[in-house]
Design a protein around this ligand. Structure first.
Ligand code: PMP
Length: 306
């Protein structure tokens, strides 16, 4: 059974976890009308820091804007709420979840309801299981396709998008795989259920473009920047499915998944069957941000006590 944190931020105030309730007739429950973020904090040599906090909460605002959902708080206020929730719960390394949703105030699809906002934080280890950062996971291509552009916007991190993610992830787990990879409506590679994808060919990183109906991942962006700094070429391009079977290395990335190597796809071994040299290098550079070995050039670490 889950042990919940003691405190949560809800509509402007810190309150006990159990008190952050909402009405069953809230718009979001019926229509998926929520936007959210997933953010990680890490214990660093200079104290607990939230990774790219402002970039995440800017994306939260962008998601709300796409859906014309009024946001009653500024980025600064939600940043402050994130810090407050960590401090109140005495959390260092944790996962943060800001969420905003259309609340109670109308039952029609286009109803103008108040926007409710909450920020939770809890302890979380490796998202795809213990040991996966070292050993990698077995992945499969999903029988479910990603939603097409101009249907549901993949660029918004909205609750409803995760109906697609649930189909992909649950099918993969039912079949005994660690995670599922979805194809876009074009038939080309899109992304994992909740992660972006990188393939390695001849020492270069290849990743699917935003046009492949995927979330503009902040970890993806981080990896691209870190790779370019050390001279690893990065190519954004359309990638047909079969290249999953031909690449030298393959990994998934996301706030929750961090950098998770993929050791097989559809039962075919990828490369050496565990994290290859480029994947390991990217893990070193990425996790180096939190142990002080990688210079925080861009001010990505936003300290909890700032
Ligand atoms: N794609 C999807 C569908 C996701 O849910 C996530 C996790 N937020 C990602 C990609 C990775 O994004 P990020 O690196 O910003 O967490």
């Amino acid at each position: 059974t889950m042990v919940y944190p003691e405190w949560i931020w809800h509509n402007g105030a810190i309150k006990p976890w159990a008190d952050a309730t909402t009405h069953v007739m809230s718009h979001a429950i019926h229509y998926g009308s929520s936007v959210f973020e997933g953010i990680r904090s890490y214990d660093t040599p200079k104290g607990p820091a939230i990774f790219r906090l402002t970039d995440h909460n800017r994306r939260l605002m962008a998601s709300a804007r796409i859906y014309d959902m009024p946001m009653p708080y500024s980025v600064d206020q939600i940043n402050a709420a994130c810090r407050e929730v960590l401090k109140k719960n005495d959390l260092g390394k944790a996962y943060l979840r800001p969420v905003a949703f259309r609340g109670l105030g109308g039952f029609g699809l286009s109803a103008d309801t108040p926007t409710d906002v909450a920020v939770a934080a809890w302890k979380m280890g490796a998202y795809l299981g213990d040991g996966v950062l070292e050993e990698g996971i077995d992945a499969c291509v999903s029988s479910w396709q990603r939603f097409a552009p101009n249907t549901i916007p993949a660029g918004a991190k909205a609750g409803g998008n995760y109906l697609s993610g649930q189909l992909v992830a649950r099918e993969a787990r039912r079949l005994g795989f660690g995670e599922g990879i979805a194809l876009a409506s074009t038939g080309l590679l899109s992304e994992g259920a909740g992660e972006n994808l990188f393939l390695v060919f001849d020492g270069a990183l290849h990743t699917t473009p935003i046009s492949a109906a995927l979330l503009n991942g902040i970890t993806r962006n981080t990896i691209m920047a870190l790779a370019r700094e050390v001279g690893i070429p990065v190519v954004e391009r359309d990638i047909p499915r079969e290249y999953l079977y031909l690449c030298d290395e393959l990994f998934m990335c996301g706030t929750a998944a961090e950098i998770t190597p993929i050791r097989s796809v559809d039962g075919r071994q990828v490369g050496i069957g565990r994290a290859g040299p480029v994947t390991r290098r990217m893990q070193e550079l990425f996790f180096g941000l939190f142990n002080g070995k990688t210079e925080d050039k861009y001010g990505w670490l936003e300290y909890v006590d700032a």
